[in-house]
Design a protein around this ligand. Sequence first.
Ligand SMILES: NC(=O)c1ccc[n+]([C@@H]2O[C@H](COP(=O)([O-])OP(=O)(O)OC[C@H]3O[C@@H](n4cnc5c(N)ncnc54)[C@H](OP(=O)(O)O)[C@@H]3O)[C@@H](O)[C@H]2O)c1
Length: 164
Amino acid sequence: MKVIVIAVLSANGKIARFGSSEIDWSSKDDLEWFKKKTKEIGIVVCGRKTFETFRGPLKDRMNIVMTRNPNKGRSENLIYTSDPPKQIIHFAEELGYSYLAIIGGREIFTLFMNENLVDELYLTYEPIFIDGIDLLDVSKDIKLNLLNIEMLGADFVVHYRVQK
Ligand SMILES: NC(=O)c1ccc[n+]([C@@H]2O[C@H](COP(=O)([O-])OP(=O)(O)OC[C@H]3O[C@@H](n4cnc5c(N)ncnc54)[C@H](OP(=O)(O)O)[C@@H]3O)[C@@H](O)[C@H]2O)c1
């Protein structure tokens, strides 16, 4: 099982504006890339606040939503859970997935990264500076190896491996 963080960042490393969860500053190219990559992986994990910014569960993907109040119902491709990250990874493995996409937001990136559970990251950089929130809170240095940089229109996607 490989755990993959996928995020879109401003050129100054922010994932959202302060006070606005609307990501109206990212490109169509990135959205298409995100759809393709997460569909390939098949299963995504996000926090309840990020999920509330979607129109509903992401289609053709299993959606795992982390919340401390998981009794919000479920559907064919949506599960709310208060399970810890390791248990979610185990659950995804049991469902037969080889990869798990962690798609935000900041609290959820922080949780998986600081528990040293992330194997790789795909970070798309948008050519804009915004006043906003960081990708994650870092409690200690996390070293990365650069695997690839892919051009995506006016953006680029940086693929990193986390040094373990
Ligand atoms: N640029 C990007 O790639 C990107 C990607 C995703 C999101 N975002 C942005 O990030 C922002 C949201 O990030 P955020 O950090 O505020 O919220 P978040 O990580 O999306 O969700 C936080 C929620 O997750 C649940 N949670 C957190 N830790 C948990 C734990 N240990 N166990 C169970 N549930 C837990 C809690 O839900 P309950 O309150 O229900 O208990 C918490 O309120 C939005 O502005 C969004 O647009 C950006």
